[in-house]
Design a binder for this molecule. Structure first.
Ligand code: PHE
Ligand code: CO
Length: 296
């Protein structure tokens, strides 16, 4: 374990931003957070908590409370880890930025969740192009207390290790699943659609847009459909997929994906905004404001 923490961000070059990967696991340098850092946490925490009442799945706020997360101060991973140790057995590890894919999968497969230790600057409150402490802690960590979701995350990690050994295309299919569930998923509840994706709950604009805007599609989750669908990394999503329960997610992803990867290798992908005849449609988006290219 390294003792000196670095803040590793994408580096601007003539070709745009280039991701910098680092594999180091460090000790959360909690004493180095400045008053401004704690203020940034407080501002974001209060703002999102207010927005998420009635928008995020109930266990979000409930689990943040079980963790003792509050606006007052940036949480200490060691405190959160005590709660995790008594419940689902996950462990948070501090990292400096994005990890190489295989390293990330291996951590998940061993119930270790990498959390970026640094928090965004005050001028990045609304948007930054990579995960920071707020996204990871506020967005991802609460659901690690949900036993079913916690198992799904571990299974995903193991699935990633396996897909990486099969083919780059298999990995691309699997990444779409992560994107449309863990990052941008919606869940159908008796009270209506709710957010569970970390990419949404950590974003002010998308928390509203994903549920309330007329522009995007909202479509029932179907594993193969999701794994064939391209996505947006630079705008709000054109399509959100809706699960009925976390059990549905873990059941749908339990089978061996090897034959599925083989089938998908020969199948065309769907543009991010398409609606298919076979879809269960909650909302057919108007497409207003969509950019015509740039799906990845
Ligand atoms: N069942 C998948 C496989 O065999 C693994 C997996 C589980 C992938 C859960 C994603 C989520 O590859
Ligand atoms: Co994330």
């Amino acid at each position: 374990m390294q003792t000196v923490a670095e803040r590793v961000e994408h580096q601007p070059t003539a070709k745009g931003y280039v991701p910098v990967y680092t594999t180091r696991v460090i000790e959360q340098p909690w004493d180095t957070y400045t008053a401004t850092d704690h203020e940034t946490w407080a501002t974001l925490f209060k703002r999102q908590r207010e927005l998420l009442v009635g928008r995020a799945a109930n266990e979000f706020v409930e689990n943040q409370e079980r963790f003792g997360m509050s606006a007052d101060v940036i949480p200490k991973f060691s405190d959160l880890n005590r709660v995790l140790a008594e419940t689902t057995g996950w462990e948070l590890i501090a990292v400096e930025g994005l990890l190489p894919e295989l390293t990330f999968f291996e951590h998940l497969a061993n119930r270790r969740f990498p959390v970026t230790w640094w928090i965004r600057k005050p001028e990045q409150l609304d948007y930054l192009s990579e995960p920071d402490l707020f996204h990871d802690l506020f967005g991802h960590v609460p659901l690690l207390l949900n036993p079913v979701f916690a198992d799904y995350m571990q299974a995903y990690g193991a699935g990633g290790v396996k897909a990486a050994a099969i083919a780059p295309e298999a990995l691309a299919n699997l990444t779409r699943l992560y994107w449309y569930t863990v990052e941008f998923g919606l869940i159908n509840t008796p009270e209506g659609l709710r957010i569970y994706g970390a990419g949404i709950v950590s974003s002010k604009g998308e928390s509203i847009y994903s549920l309330e805007a007329d522009a995007p599609n909202r479509i029932g989750f179907d594993l193969e459909r999701v794994m064939r669908t391209r996505y947006r990394i630079d705008t709000y999503q054109k399509t959100y997929f809706v699960i009925d329960s976390y059990e549905q997610l873990i059941e749908a992803t339990r089978p061996d994906f090897t034959p599925l990867y083989a089938r998908l290798a020969d199948a065309a992908s769907h543009p991010a905004g398409n609606v298919l005849d076979s879809d269960t449609v909650y909302q057919r988006g108007t497409g207003e404001g969509w950019l015509s290219d740039g799906d990845v």
